[in-house]
Design a protein around this ligand. Sequence first.
Ligand code: NI
Length: 270
Amino acid sequence: MRARVLMATLALAVTVGWAGPQEHATSDDTDLRAALRTTSAAGSVHLRAAIPPLANSGGVRPPDCDVKRCVALTYDDGPGLPTPRLLDILAARHAPATFFLVGEMVRLRPDTALRTARAGHEIGVHTWNHSDLTTLSERQIESQLKRTFDIIRRVTGVRSTLMRPPYGATNRLVRRVAGRLGLAEILWDVDTADWRDRNASLVASRAVRRARRDSIILMHDIRPTTVDAAARIIRGLRARGFTLVTVSELLGNPKPGVSYYRTGAQVVIK
Ligand code: NI
């Protein structure tokens, strides 16, 4: 915790221009909480260090990412044909992941979406038909997110609290609409480029080598080669001492309308 608070304070110092970060590097995080609230409201930085993680759906006490070195595997664009095989691999290794689902794919494969939710993975919104949200009107953005939220809820019973914009394409309007719908925006810091390089060894080695503490790793479960890489990725990350968690566990309590990605030593927003 101490190290986390220190890191958080250092990042805050950079962001808001404090001259003396050391004065806040204590186990008493009252001041830090107040500072976090202020800067979050200003839209400049969010840190999860002082916020307890959410309980996950497994009924197990979630990992404490203030103490453990956590990373989150994320899979976009499904449910796809290879997704059930990925779910087998994750289940056999007790590895949680976060899936950003496309609404029309949920309509196509509701059983796989339901199985994903029942396995305890986190489920987020990835729009209805994989549109670039920055090209749409406010009403269209809302429809893309709301329709997908609604079908996920209808099929799985899950009320998503996360969204990921296709292509990572976002702006203030997208975040405002997401916020209105109760969704935090989740980007990533490790791009495996698995959609382009359909090579399991390459994808596995990128995911394992590039991961750092609190990384959010981007992959696509519609790619068979990405599913082929999954066992190696889980083994490799655990060998490096990482604990696999869902995005909400990683971030603690992601706030609607706020955009999260990791940079430098911290998870920040814009
Ligand atoms: Ni996508």
